[in-house]
Design a protein around this ligand. Sequence first.
Ligand SMILES: [Zn+2]
Length: 444
Amino acid sequence: MPKKDDLPYMMGLKLRLYPNWKQEKILWKNLNASRFIYNQLLANSWTDSRIIKNKLDKRYPIPEAYWRYGKNGKVIKKSQKRPTGLARITAQRYPWLNDDDLDSDMFTNTEVNYKAAWNMFRKVHTAGKPKFKRKSRPVQSYSTSNHYSSATVKKHGGTPSLYNGSIKFLDHNHIQLPKLGSIKVKLHRSLPTNRLVRIATVTIKHYATGQWTVSLLLKSDEPFRQALPNTNQAVGIDLNTENFLTTSDQKQVANPHYYRALKKHLAKHQRILSRRARRAKKEHRPLWASKNYQQEKLVVAKIHQRVRNRRLNFLHETSTALIKSHDLVVAENLKSKNMLKNHALAMSISDVGWRTFLGMLEYKAPLYGRTFVEVNPAYTTQTCYDCGFVMGSKGTKRLTLHDREWTCPNCHVHHIRDHNAALNILAKGQRLLTRPDQNLEAIY
Ligand SMILES: [Zn+2]
């Protein structure tokens, strides 16, 4: 059997899950246990990851009950001396965690996630400290793992697949999950047909709307999508406030209206919700027992999710279209853009989802055999694409956000600001690819 590490290609598959009430009960047990263990680990801040161990051990010592002593009588605080992992230690203290309905891989994965959160904190500058997970979070999740036994694999096809692991597809509408048996799923697209596909980690989520999903991480030794034929097209995209983006071939994608359309609707239901909360308080009923309130809470959650779904849908459609129809896509680096421009722009960046959008371009490009690069947006707006004149030099005025069109004082070409910027962005990207050793900052 090929090892997991030999499979460099990955794909996520997220499906709606339709558990029956019995299965829903088991799912909730696992969600709650996973959250509880995570919070317990965090409260004790036990860690035995080698990377972070030395630094964290001093700040968050391992409880004395788990110390062991070496031959020379010295204390060994090594995790190997503990029974079987941090999550299991926690379970020993709380008998209710020995429930038969709890998935043993849930324990392991909770511990993995806990350690990953600390790793994130240490490695990524912007990542905060791991936080406690509240019971009231709108999205609750737990992870589990798939296992292949060589006997089962041998019996069914000879290679690990979507159909012979401990987690497997039973037919087009059913998946088998640990402790849950066969659960109904909705397959909205066909499953990958690679010669070899392994199911790795599996995450089950519950949303405030009451919906369940299962996300499968699939791995393969070959790409999940065929690279598309070359188009010989390259495009630069300028992200701006008046529209979502403008391309170097003069196309504009307007800002989506998904939110505006639902805003009134949302405001109305949020008013009803707070009214019901006030009434419950007045009548001294706790919110969890107030049926009216809980009903309305679900309505509000569903509207929020509709907004979220529409936004994601828009971002996916736009990014896939750009990647499919161009060999090279060049965009500006938002981090630099953020520093360059004003606060209002920084606000709108988070609002329209450019960050998510650029992330999508980045991961979709290699899927289709395309190239995506980000360039520093410095001077892309202020430079004339035709002659290279930079506005603001030689006594001229810099362009402001209000100058949507302008004429170059040097070569007298009339420009639409965003289109001119997109052309400059494309040119910067092409230069970066042909002469990657050149420092762009030095040229401009
Ligand atoms: Zn010019």
